[in-house]
Design a protein around this ligand. Structure first.
Ligand SMILES: Nc1ncnc2c1ncn2[C@@H]1O[C@H](COP(=O)(O)OP(=O)(O)OP(=O)(O)O)[C@@H](O)[C@H]1O
Ligand SMILES: Nc1ncnc2c1ncn2[C@@H]1O[C@H](COP(=O)(O)OP(=O)(O)OP(=O)(O)O)[C@@H](O)[C@H]1O
Ligand SMILES: [Mg+2]
Ligand SMILES: [Mg+2]
Lengths: 258, 258
């Protein structure tokens, strides 16, 4: 039965989409059946898989508003075993529209139910906010992966994120344990990078798992989206690819240790 | 009469806060009277000026919900001539709360009216989304400054941003001309950086102004927030400081040329 993993952090630009896309692709290359749900109106995950976001007519927006099922909206990608539910700017009106529905925070969770059994993992790429789309992703998720950039603002936002997750857990009775904290865009040559990394390990301490794999800043990861494919496909030799493949192995390892 | 400038781009992590904070500070050092409104629930601009965001009780949230006026909520900072209206996570509930009010998109615009005359410039730091807070900032703004990172996803988001601005202009009759497009986090050594920069200039062509000042990637800009002060105060010699001071001069120049 597929595990739903939300990739989230309200801080913008910390590598959520890059992680959702490349971790999903690396796991698919290992033979896992994977679904990626693009829950961001920016539609970056959709573009990263080479899909023209403004030409699709069934998206996560039409699923959340009840026009299509998840099964109807999902698309296959160039990568065998990896499907995507696309998104585009039409989703940006959803927060207000959904807020008028009774029980609006479980809409995504319910729509995933029909297709969960077909996948080993379902990854949700979440927009940079703590609004309704993020709450929906927390309700639907079995676990959460938190990418964090080794910079000051990113560390500062952790307390707000933990609080929002705590609220969803206590008020909406839907705990989403943290699968792991992933350090991204890491540049070990800077004192800031090293300092924040040390702070992150201290902040989470024994309470949460911090992935041993660290994703370095690597230009190929930023170039791959313009070629419409994940970096792990675009350039097998790059250090970005190696890091996400290593993360995929560690991710699987966590499962085995359970 | 103060000009209201919204610093916005729905793409996360492209230097909105860093630009709002350092451009505002550089203009204050030139003797201008400046107000910064932190409209992001993350409260990064508040922290950047050394204010403990969770200890203030009057914020932009209490202003937008009618509990306080802008005048009551504004704080002075260490920089003479620069005031701040702080923000914190309490703002993240505002989007849904505001959406229930009639004429919710003009709430910020109306609350700025009483204090506009005391300042030369009022900068709004906008969260990474195209939701109600962003619409409010577009309604209140006399002009818009768009920071854009020289990366693929950032370029891809431009069409959505232009469309949202077009909608506010035609449907809500509140045009916000683009003051300029600012290239941030620029690394000219990478082909991606150079390619995207060229694309940005072609995309905007003669239609919009692209600032001649380019903000390079510079570690001091990322370190300054952890010391609670803008980089232009924290380290006068850094290339980040020089770039924002140059931007401030170009910004003033634009005014003079009008
Ligand atoms: N390890 C890395 N090395 C170099 N560039 C990276 C890396 N990870 C991400 N990037 C680039 O940094 C930018 C931000 O990453 P990304 O868009 O994945 O973050 P995000 O958290 O999804 O952003 P948003 O908050 O807007 O959704 C993108 O241009 C991406 O290509
Ligand atoms: N020119 C620069 N050189 C180096 N680091 C920078 C530069 N500009 C911004 N940064 C750092 O990059 C990160 C993103 O910048 P910032 O937070 O200002 O972007 P933002 O657009 O406001 O993000 P958000 O979308 O989350 O509001 C921050 O950690 C900041 O310190
Ligand atoms: Mg993203
Ligand atoms: Mg910001």
């Amino acid at each position: 039965m597929g595990e739903v993993v939300a990739i989230l952090n309200q801080k913008g630009g910390c590598g959520k989409t890059t992680t959702a896309v490349n971790l999903a692709a690396a796991l698919a290359l290992m033979g896992k059946q994977i679904l990626v749900i693009d829950l961001d109106p920016q539609g970056n995950a959709t573009t990263a898989f080479g899909i023209e976001k403004n030409e699709v007519d069934k998206t996560i927006y039409t699923v959340l508003t009840g026009q299509d099922t998840m099964e109807e909206a999902l698309l296959s990608t160039e990568i065998s075993g990896l499907h995507l539910v696309p998104s585009n700017i039409s989703l940006s009106g959803a927060e207000i529209e959904l807020s008028k529905e009774v029980g609006y925070h479980t809409i995504l969770d319910l729509s995933i139910d029909d297709i969960k059994e077909y996948y080993d993992y379902i990854f949700i790429d979440v927009p940079p906010s703590l609004g309704i789309l993020t709450i929906n992703s927390l309700m639907a998720a079995d676990s959460v992966l938190i990418p964090i950039q080794a910079e000051f603002y990113a560390l500062e936002g952790m307390a707000d994120l933990m609080e929002a997750m705590e609220l969803v857990e206590t008020r909406l009775k839907s705990p989403s344990p943290i699968k792991g904290i992933l350090l991204t865009l890491y540049d070990g040559r800077t004192r800031l990078g090293r300092d924040v990394y040390r702070n992150i390990k201290e902040y989470f301490g024994e309470r949460e798992y911090v992935f041993k794999t660290v994703i370095p800043r690597n230009i190929t990861l930023a170039e791959a989206p313009s070629h419409g494919m994940p970096c792990v496909i675009y350039d097998e030799e790059s250090t970005g690819t190696e890091a996400y493949k290593k993360l995929a192995r560690e991710f699987i390892q966590l499962e085995d240790n359970k």
